[in-house]
Design a protein around this ligand. Structure first.
Ligand code: PGA
Length: 246
Protein backbone atom coordinates (compact mmCIF):
# COMPACT_ATOMS: atom_id res chain seq x y z
CA UNK A 1 0.00 0.00 0.00
CA UNK A 2 1.60 3.29 -0.99
CA UNK A 3 1.70 6.24 1.39
CA UNK A 4 -0.52 9.29 1.13
CA UNK A 5 1.64 12.35 1.56
CA UNK A 6 0.95 16.05 1.99
CA UNK A 7 4.17 18.05 2.18
CA UNK A 8 4.43 21.79 2.81
CA UNK A 9 7.32 23.53 1.09
CA UNK A 10 7.82 26.77 3.01
CA UNK A 11 10.52 27.93 0.55
CA UNK A 12 12.34 31.10 1.74
CA UNK A 13 9.49 32.42 3.88
CA UNK A 14 8.82 33.19 7.57
CA UNK A 15 11.05 34.68 10.26
CA UNK A 16 11.93 32.45 13.21
CA UNK A 17 9.00 33.48 15.41
CA UNK A 18 6.49 33.01 12.62
CA UNK A 19 8.02 29.67 11.65
CA UNK A 20 7.80 28.41 15.24
CA UNK A 21 4.23 29.66 15.53
CA UNK A 22 3.19 27.84 12.35
CA UNK A 23 4.98 24.67 13.44
CA UNK A 24 3.32 24.78 16.89
CA UNK A 25 -0.11 25.32 15.31
CA UNK A 26 0.39 22.27 13.10
CA UNK A 27 1.78 20.07 15.88
CA UNK A 28 -1.40 20.52 17.95
CA UNK A 29 -3.72 19.46 15.12
CA UNK A 30 -4.94 15.93 14.53
CA UNK A 31 -4.48 14.61 11.03
CA UNK A 32 -5.89 11.46 9.41
CA UNK A 33 -3.71 8.50 10.36
CA UNK A 34 -3.21 7.38 6.80
CA UNK A 35 -1.66 10.70 5.69
CA UNK A 36 2.04 11.41 6.14
CA UNK A 37 2.25 15.11 6.91
CA UNK A 38 5.60 16.69 6.11
CA UNK A 39 6.93 20.24 6.29
CA UNK A 40 10.07 21.55 4.61
CA UNK A 41 11.09 24.69 6.51
CA UNK A 42 14.08 26.86 5.54
CA UNK A 43 17.17 24.86 6.47
CA UNK A 44 18.32 27.39 9.07
CA UNK A 45 15.39 26.28 11.27
CA UNK A 46 15.61 22.53 10.73
CA UNK A 47 17.15 21.73 14.09
CA UNK A 48 14.36 23.57 15.96
CA UNK A 49 11.81 21.17 14.53
CA UNK A 50 13.68 17.90 14.55
CA UNK A 51 11.75 16.65 17.60
CA UNK A 52 8.36 16.97 15.91
CA UNK A 53 5.82 14.33 16.84
CA UNK A 54 2.85 14.65 14.46
CA UNK A 55 4.69 16.01 11.48
CA UNK A 56 7.73 14.76 9.61
CA UNK A 57 10.45 17.23 8.71
CA UNK A 58 12.12 17.54 5.31
CA UNK A 59 14.86 19.77 3.97
CA UNK A 60 14.31 21.71 0.76
CA UNK A 61 17.64 20.65 -0.71
CA UNK A 62 20.93 18.91 0.07
CA UNK A 63 24.50 19.00 -1.21
CA UNK A 64 25.62 16.48 -3.81
CA UNK A 65 28.98 16.32 -1.99
CA UNK A 66 29.75 14.11 0.96
CA UNK A 67 31.55 16.71 3.13
CA UNK A 68 34.42 19.20 3.02
CA UNK A 69 35.11 22.67 1.66
CA UNK A 70 31.71 23.58 0.21
CA UNK A 71 30.81 26.88 1.85
CA UNK A 72 27.11 27.34 2.49
CA UNK A 73 26.11 23.76 1.78
CA UNK A 74 24.89 20.99 4.05
CA UNK A 75 25.23 17.26 3.62
CA UNK A 76 22.86 14.31 3.70
CA UNK A 77 24.81 13.02 6.71
CA UNK A 78 23.97 16.24 8.58
CA UNK A 79 20.30 15.76 7.73
CA UNK A 80 20.51 12.21 9.00
CA UNK A 81 22.02 13.45 12.27
CA UNK A 82 18.85 15.57 12.70
CA UNK A 83 16.83 12.40 12.08
CA UNK A 84 15.18 13.80 8.96
CA UNK A 85 13.31 11.28 6.86
CA UNK A 86 12.70 13.32 3.68
CA UNK A 87 14.36 15.92 1.48
CA UNK A 88 13.11 17.68 -1.63
CA UNK A 89 15.46 17.45 -4.64
CA UNK A 90 15.19 18.87 -8.15
CA UNK A 91 12.59 21.51 -7.38
CA UNK A 92 12.03 23.65 -10.48
CA UNK A 93 13.24 26.74 -8.60
CA UNK A 94 16.57 25.00 -7.98
CA UNK A 95 16.70 23.83 -11.60
CA UNK A 96 15.91 27.35 -12.86
CA UNK A 97 17.74 29.71 -10.46
CA UNK A 98 20.68 27.48 -9.58
CA UNK A 99 21.09 25.74 -12.93
CA UNK A 100 20.77 22.32 -11.35
CA UNK A 101 21.18 19.61 -13.94
CA UNK A 102 19.49 16.20 -14.01
CA UNK A 103 22.88 14.60 -13.28
CA UNK A 104 23.42 16.75 -10.20
CA UNK A 105 19.91 15.99 -8.96
CA UNK A 106 20.60 12.28 -9.35
CA UNK A 107 23.75 12.64 -7.20
CA UNK A 108 21.75 14.45 -4.52
CA UNK A 109 19.10 11.73 -4.51
CA UNK A 110 21.80 9.08 -4.22
CA UNK A 111 23.46 10.84 -1.26
CA UNK A 112 20.12 10.99 0.53
CA UNK A 113 19.36 7.33 -0.05
CA UNK A 114 22.79 6.42 1.33
CA UNK A 115 21.67 8.07 4.57
CA UNK A 116 18.28 6.36 4.48
CA UNK A 117 16.46 9.63 3.68
CA UNK A 118 13.67 9.63 1.10
CA UNK A 119 14.21 12.06 -1.78
CA UNK A 120 11.05 13.87 -2.89
CA UNK A 121 12.09 14.01 -6.52
CA UNK A 122 10.46 16.90 -8.42
CA UNK A 123 9.81 16.88 -12.14
CA UNK A 124 7.57 18.88 -14.44
CA UNK A 125 7.35 20.77 -17.72
CA UNK A 126 7.36 24.51 -18.49
CA UNK A 127 4.49 26.34 -20.17
CA UNK A 128 6.26 26.35 -23.57
CA UNK A 129 6.89 22.63 -23.28
CA UNK A 130 3.23 21.97 -22.52
CA UNK A 131 2.07 24.28 -25.33
CA UNK A 132 4.23 22.34 -27.76
CA UNK A 133 2.74 19.10 -26.35
CA UNK A 134 6.14 18.00 -25.15
CA UNK A 135 5.24 17.49 -21.49
CA UNK A 136 5.46 13.70 -21.52
CA UNK A 137 8.90 13.69 -23.22
CA UNK A 138 10.26 16.27 -20.78
CA UNK A 139 9.11 14.49 -17.67
CA UNK A 140 10.28 11.15 -19.05
CA UNK A 141 13.71 12.59 -19.70
CA UNK A 142 13.91 14.08 -16.17
CA UNK A 143 12.87 10.79 -14.57
CA UNK A 144 15.16 8.73 -16.80
CA UNK A 145 18.11 10.24 -14.92
CA UNK A 146 17.21 8.24 -11.85
CA UNK A 147 15.36 5.24 -13.33
CA UNK A 148 17.62 2.21 -13.70
CA UNK A 149 20.55 4.12 -12.21
CA UNK A 150 19.21 3.31 -8.77
CA UNK A 151 18.90 -0.25 -7.58
CA UNK A 152 15.39 -1.48 -6.87
CA UNK A 153 15.98 -1.26 -3.12
CA UNK A 154 17.23 2.33 -3.56
CA UNK A 155 14.35 3.42 -5.79
CA UNK A 156 11.87 2.23 -3.18
CA UNK A 157 12.83 5.27 -1.08
CA UNK A 158 11.84 7.76 -3.81
CA UNK A 159 8.70 9.88 -3.68
CA UNK A 160 7.90 11.51 -7.04
CA UNK A 161 6.43 15.02 -7.11
CA UNK A 162 4.93 16.08 -10.43
CA UNK A 163 4.99 19.86 -10.49
CA UNK A 164 4.17 21.56 -13.80
CA UNK A 165 6.33 24.69 -13.67
CA UNK A 166 3.56 26.88 -15.11
CA UNK A 167 1.35 26.01 -12.12
CA UNK A 168 3.84 26.81 -9.35
CA UNK A 169 2.91 29.97 -7.48
CA UNK A 170 0.78 31.20 -10.38
CA UNK A 171 -2.71 30.25 -9.21
CA UNK A 172 -3.04 28.07 -12.34
CA UNK A 173 -3.59 24.41 -11.51
CA UNK A 174 -3.41 21.41 -13.79
CA UNK A 175 -6.85 20.01 -14.57
CA UNK A 176 -7.25 16.94 -12.33
CA UNK A 177 -7.61 14.70 -15.39
CA UNK A 178 -4.44 16.14 -16.98
CA UNK A 179 -2.55 15.65 -13.73
CA UNK A 180 -3.95 12.10 -13.46
CA UNK A 181 -2.75 11.33 -17.01
CA UNK A 182 0.75 12.45 -16.12
CA UNK A 183 0.78 10.54 -12.83
CA UNK A 184 -0.36 7.38 -14.55
CA UNK A 185 2.34 7.89 -17.20
CA UNK A 186 4.97 8.30 -14.46
CA UNK A 187 3.77 5.13 -12.75
CA UNK A 188 4.10 3.25 -16.04
CA UNK A 189 7.68 4.49 -16.43
CA UNK A 190 8.47 3.21 -12.94
CA UNK A 191 6.81 -0.09 -13.79
CA UNK A 192 8.85 -0.43 -17.01
CA UNK A 193 12.06 -0.07 -15.00
CA UNK A 194 11.29 -1.78 -11.69
CA UNK A 195 8.12 -3.80 -12.24
CA UNK A 196 4.46 -3.31 -11.31
CA UNK A 197 4.83 -3.95 -7.61
CA UNK A 198 7.34 -1.15 -7.04
CA UNK A 199 5.25 1.12 -9.30
CA UNK A 200 2.11 0.41 -7.24
CA UNK A 201 4.00 1.24 -4.05
CA UNK A 202 5.56 4.50 -5.27
CA UNK A 203 3.86 7.65 -3.96
CA UNK A 204 3.40 10.23 -6.72
CA UNK A 205 2.24 13.61 -5.42
CA UNK A 206 1.07 16.72 -7.28
CA UNK A 207 2.36 20.27 -6.78
CA UNK A 208 1.47 23.61 -8.36
CA UNK A 209 -1.14 25.95 -6.81
CA UNK A 210 -2.74 23.11 -4.90
CA UNK A 211 -5.21 24.83 -2.54
CA UNK A 212 -8.11 23.87 -0.25
CA UNK A 213 -10.55 24.52 -3.11
CA UNK A 214 -8.97 22.09 -5.57
CA UNK A 215 -7.16 19.50 -3.43
CA UNK A 216 -10.18 17.23 -2.95
CA UNK A 217 -10.69 16.78 -6.68
CA UNK A 218 -6.97 16.31 -7.34
CA UNK A 219 -6.53 13.78 -4.51
CA UNK A 220 -9.57 11.80 -5.67
CA UNK A 221 -7.65 10.80 -8.82
CA UNK A 222 -6.46 7.22 -8.87
CA UNK A 223 -2.74 7.94 -9.25
CA UNK A 224 -2.47 11.16 -7.23
CA UNK A 225 -1.23 10.24 -3.77
CA UNK A 226 -1.13 13.69 -2.23
CA UNK A 227 0.46 17.07 -2.76
CA UNK A 228 3.54 19.24 -2.48
CA UNK A 229 2.10 22.52 -1.25
CA UNK A 230 3.87 25.89 -1.45
CA UNK A 231 1.85 29.05 -0.74
CA UNK A 232 -1.07 27.31 0.96
CA UNK A 233 1.24 25.55 3.44
CA UNK A 234 2.13 28.89 5.05
CA UNK A 235 -1.28 29.10 6.69
CA UNK A 236 -2.04 26.33 9.20
CA UNK A 237 -5.77 26.28 8.44
CA UNK A 238 -5.44 26.02 4.68
CA UNK A 239 -2.71 23.38 5.03
CA UNK A 240 -4.93 21.46 7.44
CA UNK A 241 -7.89 21.59 5.11
CA UNK A 242 -5.74 20.29 2.22
CA UNK A 243 -4.58 17.40 4.45
CA UNK A 244 -8.18 16.67 5.39
CA UNK A 245 -9.36 16.64 1.80
CA UNK A 246 -8.40 12.98 1.33
P1 PGA B 1 2.71 26.50 -4.90
O1 PGA B 1 4.17 25.83 -4.85
O2 PGA B 1 1.76 25.60 -4.15
O3 PGA B 1 2.88 27.84 -4.22
O4 PGA B 1 2.32 26.63 -6.34
C1 PGA B 1 4.34 24.44 -4.97
C2 PGA B 1 5.81 24.11 -4.96
O5 PGA B 1 6.61 24.86 -5.54
O6 PGA B 1 6.24 23.09 -4.41
Amino acid sequence: MRKKIVAGNWKMNLNRDNAIQLFNDLETKTFPNEVNVIIAPPSIYLDSFSKAVNIKIASQDVSSNENGAFTGEFSSEMLRSLKLKYSIVGHSERRQYHNESDDLIFLKAKRLIQQNISPIFCCGESLEERKSKNQFNIVKSQLSHILNKLKKSEFEKIVIAYEPVWAIGTGLTAEPTDAQNMHSFLRELVSDSYGPEIAENTSIIYGGSCKPNNSKELFSMKDIDGGLIGGASLDSNSFESIINSF
